[in-house]
Design a protein around this ligand. Structure first.
Ligand code: IMP
Length: 433
């Protein structure tokens, strides 16, 4: 009987999970997504080609692996079809090895309009949503009125669709908008709806299964499974910087509900963070930099959203938030990404604690979204050297090793893996994984 390993982001998303899941995939038989939807953008780069996945698990590039979209995930059929077709155009067959839970929920065109209407209505207090319909679709799930993938196999699916659409129109109208107030991906609602309905036929061709049975059977027969998280722990619906969060459980606990596996089944937890911090959209970000260091991080780290293209906000690494994440997720292996982005800095700062109303704390506060938080930093000497191509920890510059050791001591956890470029091969295994 195998355990299920987990890989997830410890910050505000965009930690570089796609690369690590791709590096780890050879060790596993099945890669499973357990939450989120097309708001995610997992970038993988190999053989000189960059691939961005939104809904499909990152194991899709390995022919012999199975990939599962679990019940906790949201599927937007038009985006799903585009993603499959884009992979096909690059010679990747994403049909044979992909399975979909019949309990995964669907994002309707009117969910996307609802997202746009809600955000516009909120004005300056908007969340900065990716506008993929995530919040409204999960709202319907909890309200027990959602449309699930299994529903499209029933003859009455159009009635279910129409009923849900009508409830969205009532909501949109109550905010002072209508079906034509917003376009969806540059086209009108009517045109998009036609595409969406046609995409359901495409979706039906996939293996739509009771994935919780399939996955537990696979674990019982000794198969190795990796659960691939999306977004990051600081965007978790319960523990993130509420209300500036996404609408799903992005932490290890979400693996149990998003795939149907028991807590005792969880094995290793690979927690991914950057050597600094980024955030897209609105919300608190205690270590955000508004100076040339912030711009340097953005330019060197190519910090622009892979789903929306928005420039990401950049700042120093935030240890109170990171320690909170490690605690919530039960991280067994810490993975540090994008260390090469710090190559040009002569000084690197690390936030150890926050000062809030003259009190000093290393805890992530309840009122993170309203408090005035001053980050307290320690400074480390930069290594001022290109580290690309170094693939042994001992050969890294000594200033960089001092920085890594300081993080380990402050967090009370060993760094297991260090990534030194977007390429698969530029990965240092400091600990045995
Ligand atoms: P939503 O998930 O589209 O509703 O967006 C809610 C918040 O989460 C916004 O601030 C988004 O920018 C952020 N967000 C959602 N998905 C991602 C992601 O994959 N990476 C980083 N931020 C994300």
């Amino acid at each position: 009987m195998s355990k299920i390993d987990v890989l997830l982001g410890l910050q505000w998303g965009d930690e570089g999970k796609g690369k690590i899941v791709d590096v780890l995939t050879p060790k596993y038989d099945i890669i499973a997504r357990f939450q989120g939807g097309p708001n995610a953008g997992h970038t993988l780069e190999f053989d000189g080609i960059k691939h961005v996945l939104h809904i499909i698990p990152s194991g899709i590039f390995h022919k012999e692996k199975s990939n599962l979209i679990g019940n906790g995930v949201l599927i937007e059929p038009v985006i799903f079809k585009q993603e499959i077709e884009s992979l096909k155009s690059k010679g990747i067959d994403a049909v044979t090895n992909l399975l979909i839970s019949n309990k995964a929920n669907l994002i309707l065109p009117t969910h996307r309009l609802t997202d746009a209407a809600n955000e516009t209505y909120k004005g300056s207090s908007k969340i900065g949503s990716t506008l993929k319909g995530i919040g409204p679709a999960y709202t319907d799930k909890v309200a027990r009125i959602a449309m699930r993938v299994g529903d499209i196999l029933n003859d009455n699916y159009k009635q279910v669709y129409d009923k849900l659409k009508a409830s969205h129109i009532r909501h949109i109208t109550s905010l002072g908008f209508n079906l034509n107030s917003f376009q969806i991906d540059g086209i009108s609602f009517e045109e998009y709806e036609q595409l969406w309905l046609k995409s359901l036929d495409f979706l039906k061709k996939f293996r739509i299964i009771d994935s919780e049975y399939w996955l537990n059977d696979a674990l019982n027969s000794g198969k190795k499974v990796l659960a691939e998280g999306a977004q990051g722990a600081m965007l978790d619906i319960d523990f993130g910087s509420y209300p500036f969060v996404t609408s799903s459980s992005t932490i290890t606990a979400g693996v149990c509900t998003g795939l149907g596996v028991a807590p005792s089944r969880i094995g290793n937890v690979f927690g991914i963070c950057k050597a600094y911090c980024t955030r897209v959209g609105s919300g608190p970000f205690p270590t955000e930099l508004f100076d040339e260091n912030g711009s340097l991080l953005r330019e060197k780290g190519k910090e622009y959203g892979s789903t929306t293209g928005r420039p990401r906000r950049c700042g120093w690494i935030d240890l109170p938030a990171l320690k909170y994440s490690c605690m919530l997720n039960g991280v067994t292996h810490l993975v540090i990404m994008k260390t090469d982005v710090l190559n040009d800095f002569s000084q690197i700062n690390v936030c150890d604690k926050y000062e809030i109303n003259k009190n000093i704390t290393d805890k992530f506060p309840f009122n993170i979204s309203t408090e005035d938080i001053k980050p307290l930093y320690s400074s480390y000497q930069g290594w001022k050297q290109d580290i690309k191509g170094i693939n042994e920890y001992s050969k890294l510059p000594s200033a960089m090793k001092q920085y890594i050791t300081a993080l380990e001591e402050k967090m009370g956890i060993k760094v297991a893996v260090i990534s030194t470029s977007p390429d698969r091969k530029d990965t240092i295994y400091k600990e045995n994984i």
